[in-house]
Write a protein that binds this ligand. Structure first.
Ligand code: PLP
Length: 346
């Protein structure tokens, strides 16, 4: 197999040697009986880090978001989300198909909801309207380019929502990237929302898994609903063991991925300023606008692949480059040269 420079996602990161050792040595038991000591340890540790009463290990972030939506809402409720949000675009409409909710997607220029944008989308409390029940936030925002939702905006949305008896869920798949960039602990970012879901399988490099945090009562109901959607696991200890290593040792190094992303953006900007503005790069994602080339993002993705560089289209005219633990400085040089070569013949 050729050595790809894989910038499609940070989900491609492989477990570290320390994770593999921890996985091999993990103590296990049947988690459906609550008897997997390693899963229990991961859940306790996550709850501690996020300063919540309890946590739940789930196979994927998509399942975690679905469970949270279902627990916050009844069938027929509305969920306000951002129009480029993961739960609206990449989760197979599970909130409708399974949880029975209808999304109300609010378009924003930068992916970041503010209370000013949310408030007009709330349904009046009239019996013939589907009732708004939940506001779903995303930090960092994936499709918008790994951007940070400012803490003040989050606090305002949550405060106003709570005054109205609405719940707020935070899709914090990459919340550790947000934490590094904002210079605050992840618990501070999640503090305003009723529930948070984050991935250990992305830049943190664990092979599988996401974790929900919330109140004890919320997690108890989430555990039951996880079973209903088939997400209960038995001897999941080895996966949890990798998750523990991820939480304990992998967060601080994310700053390197952010530096790599910034340099990648600077170099691409040197090729043509229309491609990206390094100032827009806040974490480990770089959105690259290829509109000026007259070729679509899918074509760019195919052409870059012939040069050993894997990049996913973000939309028709934009590519998404994601940096992670396996992307070295020379990899950035190679990817940029490949891009520059193709740009010449645009
Ligand atoms: C990756 C991601 C998820 C979860 O993805 P899974 O592949 O289901 O684990 C959820 N939300 C956002 C914003 C993501 O980037």
């Amino acid at each position: 197999m050729p050595e790809w420079i894989d910038l499609r996602s940070d989900t491609v990161t492989k477990p570290t040697p320390e994770m593999r050792r921890a996985m091999a040595e993990a103590e296990v038991g049947d988690d459906v009986y609550g008897e997997d000591p390693t899963v229990n340890r991961l859940e306790r540790r996550a709850a501690e880090i996020f300063e919540r009463e309890a946590a739940l290990f789930v196979p994927t972030g998509s399942m975690g978001n679905l469970i949270c939506i279902r627990i916050h809402c009844d069938h027929g409720n509305e969920v306000i989300c951002e129009s480029r949000g993961h739960i609206f675009n990449f989760e197979m409409a599970s909130m409708s198909a399974i949880a029975g909710c209808i999304p109300r997607a609010v378009a924003t220029p930068d992916g970041h909801l503010t209370w000013k944008q949310v408030e007009p989308a709330l349904r009046p409390k009239t019996y013939y309207y589907a009732q708004t029940r939940l506001i779903a936030l995303e930090n960092t925002h994936n499709l918008a380019g790994g951007t940070l939702l400012p803490l003040e905006a989050q606090e305002e949305i949550c405060d106003r929502a709570h005054e109205r008896g609405l719940a707020v869920h935070l899709d914090g798949a990459r919340i550790f990237n947000a934490a590094i960039s904002l210079g605050v602990p992840p618990s501070e970012i999640a503090q305003y929302s009723d529930s948070v879901c984050f991935c250990v399988s992305k830049g943190l490099s664990a092979p599988v898994g996401s974790i929900l945090c919330g109140s004890a009562g919320f997690i108890e109901r989430a555990r039951a609903y996880r079973r209903m959607v088939g997400g209960n696991m038995r001897q999941a200890g080895p996966l949890a063991a990798a998750g523990i290593v991820a939480l304990e040792t992998m967060a601080d190094r994310l700053v390197e991925d952010h530096q790599t992303a910034k340099r990648l953006a600077e170099e691409l900007n040197q090729i043509d300023a229309s491609l990206c503005d390094p100032k827009d790069v806040e974490t480990n994602l770089v959105r690259v606008d290829v509109r000026k080339s007259g070729r679509r993002a899918a074509q760019w993705s195919a052409d870059l692949k012939t040069k050993g560089v894997l990049v996913a289209p973000a939309d028709t005219h934009a590519l998404r480059f994601v940096t992670h633990r396996h992307i070295s400085a020379p990899d950035v040089d190679t990817a940029v040269s490949a891009f520059a070569e193709l740009w010449k013949y645009r």
